[in-house]
Design a protein around this ligand. Structure first.
Ligand code: GRF
Length: 215
């Protein structure tokens, strides 16, 4: 069974979705540890309650990004992960860190990349007047919120949406696509070919989730 380590900075609802999928027997992975850069991340308690080893590596205790990333990698590597899962980990990672985990580092971003990399994605989607919004799971490259796309989910932007209602609609989809992407990885079904993700035969039908309102 594949070993995964999950990195969080806050509430950890995507982490919870992964734990729930594992508990339901739908995600054949060992969640070896959950690591946060913030001691007050609510997700740390949730993980501990689920019996998962937790760690805290304080970014404020390091002079620079490289030294923090080195300490973080040391903490992660003691668990020998096959996959490192960024789940609301709010730190920009150094090139060296990203290269160290090349092909085994994934992130979830709350927009349909390449639209809206960075922060405040839901408000920016509303400001632009887009009619379709969503989320993306991708392999991480040194460029922020960029990298080979594994799965995306699309939701409609409805008249009268606020940042909060749109965020909630997207989050619901995040909780479906992240376990799906990690399951594909765990089953050895993801292949990187020329910078694009290919799914092994029989899996193509799940490569995109589209809300019924968008179809
Ligand atoms: C999610 O919207 C995720 O896409 C983004 O940060 C948020 C984390 O939420 N990267 P949670 O901590 O998983 O609840």
């Amino acid at each position: 069974m594949k070993n995964i380590v999950i990195l969080i900075s806050g509430r950890g609802s995507n982490m919870e979705a992964l734990i729930a999928a594992r508990d339901a027997g739908d995600l054949p992975v060992n969640i070896a540890a959950v690591i946060s850069n913030r001691p007050d991340a609510a997700g740390l308690e949730t993980a501990a309650r689920a019996g998962i080893v937790t760690h805290f590596v304080n970014h404020k205790a390091f002079a620079g990004r490289e030294s923090f990333d080195a300490a973080l990698a040391e903490c992660i590597d003691q668990f020998a992960p096959d996959l490192v899962v960024l789940a609301g980990f709010m730190r920009i990672l150094s090139d060296g860190f990203v290269r160290h985990y090349e092909g085994r580092l994934v992130n979830i971003h709350p927009s349909l990349l390449p639209s809206f990399p960075g922060l405040h994605t839901h408000q920016r989607a509303l400001d632009e007047g887009v009619r379709i919004h969503g989320c993306t799971v991708h392999f991480v490259t040194p460029t922020l919120d960029h990298g080979p796309v594994i799965i995306q989910a699309a939701v409609p932007v409805l008249d009268g949406d606020s940042e909060a209602t749109l965020a909630a609609r997207v989050l619901c989809e995040e909780h479906k696509v992240y376990p799906q992407a990690v399951r594909w990885f765990a089953e050895g079904r993801l292949r990187l070919e020329g910078g694009r993700v290919r799914l092994d035969a029989g899996m193509a039908e799940g490569a995109v989730l589209i809300s019924p309102e968008v179809r």
